[in-house]
Design a binder for this molecule. Structure first.
Ligand SMILES: [Zn+2]
Length: 182
């Protein structure tokens, strides 16, 4: 369990990127997707703002930024571990659980209050829905070879390519570290 810096709010997700930098990023809605294989729900957090400060870029075009985490276009359902294509998928449910500045400048209207209450009720109802999991490299490559990816060809091929390259980058780093020790 993390405690957000200075906010007094506790967030239960151990991977929560918003906590690490003291809310340098602003959370957007939480989206829930329904698995096409087992019908189970899983979640995806979104950002309403972030930035690329300190980002790392690779020669294959992959960008990793701590304050702009990307949702992979291919993920795995945490219930049945089947692959799920996020590209073009529509969420089944969407809600907010973060309301920056609500009621701070002016008194909220009854409609705004009712909307906030409804969002909070959804957040409570779906609070235990697990997040998606990362697909393996072979799941990604098998998907781009074995499925019709004509709707999002570049996005899916690039992601599979990046995942394959991740292994090479890891080995390269290990050999560099070994080289430094000798
Ligand atoms: Zn599933």
């Amino acid at each position: 369990m993390h405690r957000a810096q200075g906010s007094g709010r506790e967030l239960s997700c151990p991977y929560d990127p918003f906590v690490e930098k003291g809310f340098s990023m602003l959370p957007g809605p939480i989206l829930l997707y329904r698995c096409t294989s087992c019908d189970g729900l899983f979640s995806r957090r979104t950002l309403s703002s972030g930035n690329t400060l300190g980002a790392q870029y690779r020669s294959d075009g992959q960008m990793k930024a701590r304050m702009l985490p990307q949702t992979p276009p291919l993920v795995v359902c945490p219930h049945c571990h089947e692959l799920f294509c996020m590209a073009g998928a529509q969420p089944a449910i969407s809600y907010r659980n973060y309301f920056p500045g609500f009621g701070f400048v002016e008194k909220p209207t009854p409609e705004a209050l009712a909307s906030k209450k409804a969002q909070e009720a959804l957040a409570e109802q779906y609070r235990d829905v697990p997040r998606y999991e990362l697909a393996t490299r072979s799941q990604c490559t098998q998907y781009v070879h074995g499925h019709d990816i004509s709707a999002h060809p570049e996005q899916l091929r690039l992601y599979a390519w990046h995942r394959v390259n991740d292994a090479g980058v890891g080995q390269h780093c290990q050999s560099l570290c070994r080289g430094q020790r000798h």
